[in-house]
Design a binder for this molecule. Structure first.
Ligand code: DAH
Length: 339
């Protein structure tokens, strides 16, 4: 019996050396250490062993089992380690590979121009006020001295929702709302979206304006000129020339249209300014006393001036964009160029 056990031990140990993978290792375990394995078989045959030899043989069986188990688990650990190393090799990061950069997004040219204009105005002491895009006829027209059926309504082809409700055609509506709510001195700007029933190469049914309104005791056309000149130089550069032309808006008297020398050709004449050297960029004027009175402001005590910028147009001029449709198509190839 003793020599049989020694034989099992030697055979098992040398077999274990031949084992090449986990599967073979498991087969080894079943063969020697399992319930039907050789060692268990010997324990079963103990009955035939003389009683006085049993403790010795029993101890020997245990010794062999322990040796085999130790050898087995050593082998098992070695396999596990090798397996892990293989896995790490497979998933290892190759630090010599060139990196894949994240593409950065960019703000839309109109958004950037809004930010620029708002920053400039806020630095000059303006407060930002917003108003609704779905507006009443009163705030969009009547409160701005544009009565029903007045021919000046034709200047703004409006989307009416009902007879009295419309999509605002100008941010000037916020002037009326602000004059009703605030008391002078008032110094506000109102950025936002406006809508007109116009769609062609140079008009979009939705576009953006930035409205400005200043009301105080001693403001004049001279203040308006100085302020707009300074703003335009801040946006387009110190060498920018500004030109004021008489114009008409029902809510200002006198009214002006303001041209800025073309930043692309610096006044020489090019495609952007259609050869004129100047670009018409905004409307402005001294607030009509009638408009002040309608909103409950004493026109004998207070005067005001106002201006309205076409922000998309500003952005186009600033970035040298010639086709208005690009501003609203959201074509990713176009936006990428604008970074
Ligand atoms: N609301 C005018 C428009 O959409 C622009 C404008 C002109 C605004 C003169 C003003 C202003 O505040 O004083 O054409």
């Amino acid at each position: 019996m003793e020599s049989k056990l020694k034989d099992i031990l030697n055979r098992a140990l040398s077999e274990l050396k031949q084992v090449e993978n986990m599967q073979e290792l498991n087969e080894f375990k079943v063969k020697y250490l399992g319930k039907q394995g050789e060692l268990t078989g010997i324990l079963r045959g103990m009955r035939e062993v003389p009683a006085e030899d049993r403790p010795k043989i029993g101890a020997l069986v245990n010794e062999v089992r322990e040796k085999l188990e130790a050898a087995f688990s050593e082998r098992e650990q070695a396999f596990n380690k090798a397996e892990l190393e293989k896995e790490l090799q497979r998933s290892a990061i190759d630090i010599t590979e060139p990196g894949k950069g994240h593409e950065k997004g960019a703000l839309h040219p109109t958004t950037r121009m809004f930010n620029k204009l708002i920053d400039i105005c806020v630095a000059m002491g303006f407060e930002v006020v917003e108003g609704p895009e779905i507006e009443t006829d009163y705030y969009n027209f009547e409160g701005l001295n544009i009565p029903k059926n007045h021919p000046s309504r034709d200047m703004q082809d409006t989307f009416f929702i009902t007879e009295n409700i419309l999509l605002r055609s100008q941010t000037s509506s916020v002037q009326v709302r602000s004059m009703e709510k605030l008391s002078p001195p008032i110094k506000i700007i109102s950025p936002g979206r406006v809508y007109r029933n116009d769609s062609d190469g140079t008009h979009s049914p939705v576009f953006h304006q930035l409205e400005g309104l200043v009301i105080d005791e001693n403001v004049s056309m001279a203040d308006l000129k100085a302020m707009l000149t300074s703003m335009m130089k801040k946006v387009f550069g110190q060498s920018t020339k500004i030109r004021f032309r008489p114009s008409f808006f029902p809510f200002t008297e006198p009214s002006v249209e303001v041209d800025v020398s073309c930043p692309t050709c610096h006044g020489k004449g090019c495609k952007v300014c259609k050869g004129t050297g100047f670009l018409e960029l905004l409307g402005a004027g001294v607030v009509n006393p009638k408009v002040l009175e309608m909103s409950g402001i004493d026109s004998k005590k207070y005067r005001g001036f106002a201006f309205g910028f076409g922000v998309d147009r500003f952005a186009m001029v600033y970035d040298g964009i010639t086709d208005l449709r690009n501003m609203f198509k959201n074509d990713i190839r176009f936006l990428k160029q604008m970074k």
